[in-house]
Design a protein around this ligand. Structure first.
Ligand SMILES: *Cc1c(COP(=O)(O)O)cnc(C)c1O
Length: 447
């Protein structure tokens, strides 16, 4: 199941890397290979206790295997172990980070920007909301009920008041609810989720931008999950329209470790206005941030960071550029196609209720039952029965409102439904959709 062929390239590449350090006196770190082997094989055995994330029959949580090039480049760079906090810690990898982040900014249509990589979407959003609080002091931050829970928690860390905006029945921000909140005049920032974590729903950005001219708030786009779908060629009209105006927002967060084929530890935050860099410094003038010699540590809340993440992302972009016709984009479109295919199969089966078609590549559905609690119980059983057949789904609790409109004569004895959820993130998922569906049917028959 695990690809090994590509690993041979690492030794060749280490030798190439080593040629950059010729002329130094010989030295060798001392260790007993046998001791390493014993421990390493013990680790391998321990690691067997995992779901088979890289396999296409793992179709549960947001887990996408890193591309081999990302794995290799990351591993290679560990022989140097650069720290992208400062140029002294990693000259080459700092430059590669700036280039890689620039590729992301260009993908969203930003020529000028300020940004960097960080540990993940949480850190990236923390920075974006910290800056939002500086730009709009004393004002509230709002995000939809279906936004990632990290926003409320981050606001509590930052001491910024947070309000959740009601979601509609498709998991998007409800515009009327937003308008009501804006009318009070104390909203500084609206967080727009470009692909919610639970259902991949995309908030109505074009309409929110229209409100901005009236109410003058800042917009932060949390595109941690969905950001790369801006490259897909098969989004529905409304979703496409939201991505097409993404460049009008003030800040964007995207997780290369979600859909960007990177190992964990790779998030990214970018700001449209480079002047926000001044908030990171106590006494530094704005002009500093136009210097080519910028140390990334001076525009980042985190200090030490793995240069390896930047190297891996840079290498992946080199192999699979972010172009609309390229392989990277085609594979994202394929993920959405896989999700639409699974959606249609589930919709055609009376035993299931499915709320709405996937906007990106996440499908959520629930068994048809007499009550919300009964449906939830059956969902959990199907989840377990599928796992026994090597089909690994996920479960999620979603508001019952998502399912009210679709003829579900279900007693609403609780306000949420435990649903089955699938993230069809791997390009291979499209080719495996029939197998996935068959296994799901068997599991359901059994339950
Ligand atoms: C995953 C996710 C986050 C949190 O990012 P991490 O990388 O897990 O820290 C935030 N927002 C959204 C929309 C996400 O999908």
């Amino acid at each position: 199941m695990l690809e090994k062929e590509s690993f041979k390239l690492v030794v060749e590449a280490i030798e190439q890397l080593e040629m950059g350090f010729q002329g130094l006196p010989e030295f060798n770190s001392s260790f007993e290979l046998d001791n390493l082997r014993n421990v390493l094989l013990e680790v391998a055995t321990r690691m067997q206790d995992n779901f088979p994330y890289p396999h296409p029959l793992y179709v549960g949580q947001m887990l996408k295997p890193p591309h081999p090039i990302a794995r290799l480049a990351y591993t290679l760079s560990l022989w140097i172990n650069p720290n992208n906090h400062a140029l002294d810690g990693g000259r080459a990898s700092t430059i590669m980070e700036k280039e890689a982040v620039n590729e992301i900014a260009q993908m969203f249509g930003w020529k000028i920007h300020l940004g960097h990589l960080c540990g993940g979407g949480t850190m990236a959003n923390l920075e974006a909301l910290w800056v939002a609080g500086k730009v709009k002091p004393g004002l509230k931050i709002v995000a939809s009920q279906q936004s990632h829970y990290t926003h409320e928690r981050i606001c509590s860390v930052l001491g910024i008041p947070f309000v959740a905006v009601k979601s509609d029945r498709q998991g998007r921000m409800n515009l009327d609810a937003l308008k009501t909140l804006l009318a009070a005049g104390d909203i500084g920032t609206v967080v727009v989720t470009m692909g919610t974590t639970a259902t991949g729903s995309v908030d109505p950005l074009p309409e929110i931008l229209e409100l901005q001219s009236q109410y003058n708030f800042r917009i932060h786009a949390d595109a941690a999950y969905g950001g790369y779908f801006t490259l897909a060629n098969n989004l529905d009209t409304k979703t496409r329209a939201a991505f097409d105006c993404l460049k009008a927002v003030d800040s964007i967060v995207i997780d290369p470790h979600k859909h960007g084929l990177q190992p964990y530890g790779c998030g990214c935050v970018i700001f449209q206005d480079p002047k926000v860099g001044s908030f990171y410094k106590h006494e530094c003038p704005f002009t500093y941030f136009t210097s080519d010699e910028l140390h990334l540590g001076e525009i980042s809340l985190e200090c030490s960071r793995p240069g390896a993440s930047a190297v891996a992302l840079w290498a992946t972009q080199r192999l699979l550029p972010y172009t609309k016709e390229g392989q990277f984009a085609t594979e994202l479109s394929k993920s959405r196609k896989a999700a639409l295919t699974l959606f249609e199969k589930i919709q055609g089966d009376d035993r299931f209720l499915i709320a709405f078609p996937p906007e990106l590549d996440i499908v959520v559905w629930t068994p048809r039952a007499t009550s919300a609690s009964a449906a939830s119980e059956i969902a959990k059983k199907i989840f377990a029965s599928s796992a026994q057949k090597n089909l690994h789904l996920a479960i999620a609790n979603l508001p019952v409102e998502f399912f009210i409109n679709i003829g579900a004569e279900m007693k609403l004895d609780q306000d949420y439904l435990t649903c089955l959820r699938s993230c069809l993130m791997k390009p291979e998922h499209f080719d495996w959709v029939d197998d996935i569906w068959q296994l799901l049917q068997h599991a359901t028959d059994q339950v």
